[in-house]
Unconditional design. Structure first.
Length: 310
């Protein structure tokens, strides 16, 4: 079964890489100006780690990431032209399918949970479960909508390209968090905080931990990436060392990080991608609406952690 999971995971990555190749070819064919070459290069380069990731050297993949960053920085990545359904067609399909359109999303969630639970004893089962759930959901979508596979590829490519380079951020930020931890950034932060926060003050330790999680998540764009660094630098020496309950502190610290997620464009998959998919005029509109809620939640986190963790 473990071999089956490993092969399945590789197959899912290859499928994603092929979709990126489709975007590259589509860009080369439909973009009118010279940026079609930069866009083509971006998506083809991005597809390589997904398709050949197991055999490519790490330094080669690192070089690809540098090239991708340069193409993005020089604004060479633009949107290709896709066939979009007419408003009349969409309305007619909506009236016919009605609420059944939400079934694939529910099927994906339930199928992923079911597969993950049944294969929980195997390595990488959770990642495999998401891919398997997506395949089952895609099949159900074909049955419900009577759409053709070509339409699924076309629309999937369009949505992925609409997210653009920001779709890379979650993976890169998690890797950055590992680098920060291994580089000893937590120790540096601990030394900085020790000069400001009294070592025997539970309240100021909690404040520093909660705000540190939020601020570092804003910088990193990922609460999981920030958690290991800030917990090592602030959580353990200033909160847990004073007798706080690790379960309560850990849970609240992570959700405090999510408050930072609500406030940063670095969390592109939460804040920038939705604005792009909704075609909002202001790409930061999601963050502006979330900011007041995030600030209130941070204050609540400080109160709850200080009250219930000790």
């Amino acid at each position: 079964m473990q071999n089956f999971i490993n092969i399945g995971l590789e197959s899912f990555y290859v499928l994603m890489g092929i979709l990126m190749l489709v975007i590259g070819v589509k860009s080369l064919k439909t973009i009118d100006n010279n940026k079609k070459y930069g866009t083509f290069a971006f998506w083809v380069l991005l597809s390589l780690p997904f398709i050949f990731g197991k055999v490519l050297p790490a330094t080669f993949i690192g070089g690809i990431l540098v090239l991708l960053s340069l193409l993005t920085l020089t604004k060479q990545v633009v949107f290709a032209k896709y066939e979009v359904a007419t408003e009349e067609f969409s309305q007619a399909k909506s009236e016919k399918i009605k609420s059944k359109i939400f079934l694939p999303s529910l099927i994906l969630a339930f199928a992923a949970v079911a597969v993950a639970m049944s294969l929980s004893s195997y390595a990488s089962s959770s990642q495999f479960a998401i891919g398997a759930g997506a395949i089952v959901a895609l099949i159900s979508a074909f049955i419900i909508t009577r759409a053709k596979p070509k339409e699924a590829v076309e629309d999937g490519a369009r949505l992925l390209q609409q997210m653009g380079p920001t779709s890379m951020l979650p993976q890169l930020l998690v890797a950055l968090g590992v680098l920060f931890t291994n580089a000893g950034v937590g120790d540096v932060i601990s030394n900085m905080i020790s000069g400001v926060v009294p070592a025997d003050s539970r309240f100021f330790g909690v404040v520093a931990y909660v705000l540190g999680m939020a601020i570092f998540t804003m910088i990193m764009g990922n609460a999981f990436a920030a958690f290991s660094v800030i917990t090592a630098g602030i959580g353990i020496p200033f909160v847990l060392s004073q007798g706080a309950d690790p379960a309560i502190v850990g849970a609240l610290a992570l959700t405090a990080g999510y408050c930072g997620t609500l406030l940063t464009p670095m969390a592109a998959n939460f804040n920038i991608v939705p604005a792009a998919l909704l075609e909002a005029k202001d790409q930061y509109s999601v963050i502006k609406y979330q900011a007041p809620v995030a600030i209130v939640l941070l204050a609540i986190h400080i109160f709850v952690m200080y009250t219930f963790a000790f």
